[in-house]
Design a protein around this ligand. Structure first.
Ligand code: MN
Length: 140
């Protein structure tokens, strides 16, 4: 890890990998792990309808919503609405998905770490339209 400022204009926005997402999703790199750090951070922008597939993270994940209105669901629990300023804490190896609200974009900072074996995220099946369009639970 060497000291530097990584300039915004030097890094390109990419389309999120189609195999792991539904709809239009853009990813901007923030930080990739450099020893001894294990942190990976990305700014992810979900167009309306865009969401991740079901997935899990080896040592969990923290999401910080930067703008818009989104959705988040931990498997077996109700869909939750998430908005700018919310921080979502996702435990290790817990299946979940996150994305936009059906009619509204959402942008979040996604932060996770690799485990001792370098594992990070395991990807599963797409989130069905039925699961995606469920009315979210009220904020607690
Ligand atoms: Mn996740």
């Amino acid at each position: 890890m060497r000291p530097r400022i990584m300039r915004a204009a030097s890094r390109s926005t990419a389309k999120a990998e189609a195999a792991n997402f539904v709809g239009d999703v853009l990813s901007d790199p923030v930080y990739a792990p450099e020893q001894p750090s294990r942190l990976r951070a990305s700014r992810v922008t979900f167009m309306p309808g865009g969401r991740t597939n079901w997935h899990q993270h080896a040592v969990g994940q923290v999401l910080y919503v930067l703008s818009g209105v989104g959705r988040y669901q931990l498997e077996g629990e109700p869909v939750q609405e998430i908005v700018a300023g919310d921080t979502v804490v996702i435990p290790p190896n817990a299946r979940h998905w996150h994305g936009s609200a059906p009619g509204t974009m959402m942008c979040h900072l996604a932060m996770s770490e690799t485990d001792d074996q370098g594992r990070a995220t395991s990807w599963f099946e797409p989130v069905s339209d039925g699961d995606y369009t469920k009315t979210p639970a009220k904020a607690d």
